[in-house]
Each structure stands twice: as structure tokens, then as C-alpha cells.
Design a binder for this molecule. Structure first.
Ligand code: GRF
Length: 261
């Protein structure tokens, strides 16, 4: 990845693709120095596929039959096929933007330290059970029902997080996150809409930070990358002097902001 070469981003999306659109818009506006070179979806008819086509971005549909979802061998085979489809695009970074399938090491190991995810809740720095918020510590909401869970638990705030992907679902280090207040009368749709507005703002910036980290790591370790590499967000390529336990660079750059109230 040279200074003048645009970073290559591949997006995996199962849904409407508004986060994909935010990335496309940011690359076209020049606020994100990269290009979305490929989109992969598991859902026929996904809005993400239409958005890719509209932007002239190659897109691949790789459906996973329902019957295969809980069949370990079939899931492994799918993750390998998926990794092959993504690898064709030679990504610097893989972005899970509303990707609804849990990925096994058969996929993750093909792109070590190069996968980020956007999640519709606040996630902690590194897999803790609670997350600090402006209203005090709250339970970490992982999984596909995070928006519903925030309402069910009557939390005062929730938010959006972009984080590095590790084998434990929604537990990798946060890159950027921002709070969203839960308002009286909110239902899942209204709350999710405000969370998505925040996602669209933080995702391009988090992708930029992640690409910077990938670039730094590839300068340090040209034969990218082993699993001990810190997956925190990037910044400069300065090597770390302090004893904070974070290997290979600056601490994850966390931002918690109160927004979208
Ligand atoms: C987002 O809220 C994301 O956090 C979650 O799925 C949703 C995808 O939305 N993982 P879209 O398809 O990008 O509109």
C-alpha cells in the first residue's frame, strides 16, 4: 500500500447497505482515502447489492442455504468460499457493514488484523462485560438484537461502535464509538435510525484509522500479520515506548462522544 495508491476496501453486507453507502460517499468525496473495490452479500435482493451496482462496484452474491446455517461442515465450507471471493479483490481492509453471519476462523484467519465491524451499540475497549457511558457503566450489548436489548433493558443511552473483529463475536477492540440517547417513546425503528445516522458518520473515520494501522503493521511486518498483533486503531507509525501492555503501536484511539440526542 504505497502513499499514492488508494487503499482497497471490501465490504460484506447482508442488508440495506446504508453503511456501505456512507463508505462509497466518503471515498467519492475524498474524505476517505480508499476505494470500495468489491461488495459481497449473502442475501439475494440486498439493498447493498443495488447500491454497489449503482456505484459501478463489482458485487458478488454468495447465499448460504438456511439448512446449512447450523451444519458445521457446511459453514466451514461457506466461510472458505467467502474468503476466496473476498481475496479476489485483494483487500487492504474488510468491512462488515451489516453482515449478519458469524464468521469462523476459516474466514478470519485469511485476513488477520484486517477486518472491522460496525455494531449498533456501545462496545468496550476489549471485550469487557460492561461499557463506560456518560450515564455510568452499562452492560455490553452484543449480537444481532443490540438495539432491541437496549430498549428492553430501559438503558438511558446506547450508541454505535466500529471495532476490530476477533473470533469472539462483538468483542474485539473498539476503534471509534459514539453515544446515542434513548428518548421517551423510542421504538426499535426510531432508535435504530438515530444509531445508523451516527454509524454513517463514524464508520468512514474508523475505516481511515484502521487502514492507517494496517499500513503501519505492513511496514513493520511485511509478511503480514500474525495473531499477536495489536488490533487497536491506528494513528502514526511511531513505536510504543510506554508499558501499557499494548504491543506494536499506539493505544487504541477511543472516542466516546455524546451525540444524536
Ligand atoms: C447497522 O445498524 C449495523 O450496525 C448492523 O446492521 C445494520 C446494517 O445497516 N450490524 P445497513 O445495511 O448498513 O443499512
Amino acid at each position: 500500500m504505497g502513499e499514492t495508491t488508494l487503499s482497497r476496501i471490501v465490504v460484506l453486507a447482508s442488508g440495506s447497505g446504508t453503511n456501505l453507502q456512507a463508505l462509497i460517499d466518503a471515498t467519492q468525496a475524498g474524505t476517505l482515502a480508499g476505494q470500495v473495490v468489491g461488495v459481497v452479500s449473502n442475501q439475494p435482493g440486498a439493498g447493498a447489492l443495488r447500491r454497489a451496482a449503482a456505484a459501478g462496484i463489482p458485487a458478488v452474491l454468495l447465499p448460504l442455504p438456511l439448512a446449512d446455517r447450523h451444519d458445521t461442515a457446511a459453514r466451514l465450507a461457506y466461510d472458505r468460499r467467502l474468503a476466496d471471493a473476498v481475496a479476489v479483490f485483494e483487500p487492504d481492509l474488510v468491512v462488515l457493514a451489516g453482515w449478519m453471519l458469524v464468521l469462523s476462523p476459516a474466514f478470519l484467519d485469511r485476513f488477520p488484523s484486517r477486518i472491522v465491524n460496525v455494531h449498533p451499540a456501545l462496545l468496550p475497549e476489549a471485550g469487557e462485560a460492561t461499557v463506560p457511558t456518560s450515564e455510568g457503566p452499562q452492560p455490553t450489548l452484543r449480537g444481532a438484537r443490540a438495539v432491541r436489548d437496549a430498549l428492553r433493558l430501559r438503558l438511558p443511552v446506547t450508541g454505535a461502535t466500529v471495532h476490530w473483529v476477533t473470533p469472539r463475536v462483538d468483542a474485539g477492540p473498539a476503534i471509534l464509538r459514539e453515544e446515542v440517547a434513548i428518548l421517551p417513546g423510542d421504538d426499535e425503528a426510531s432508535l435504530h435510525a438515530r444509531i445508523k445516522a451516527v454509524e454513517h458518520r463514524i464508520l468512514p473515520r474508523a475505516v481511515m484509522l484502521a487502514l492507517e494501522r494496517v499500513r503501519c503493521e505492513s511496514e513493520r511486518t511485511p509478511a503480514l500479520l500474525d495473531r499477536s498483533v495489536d488490533r487497536g486503531a491506528g494513528g502514526s507509525c511511531r513505536s510504543k515506548k510506554g508499558g501499557d501492555g499494548v504491543a506494536g503501536g499506539d493505544r487504541p484511539r477511543l472516542e466516546v462522544r455524546s451525540g444524536a440526542r
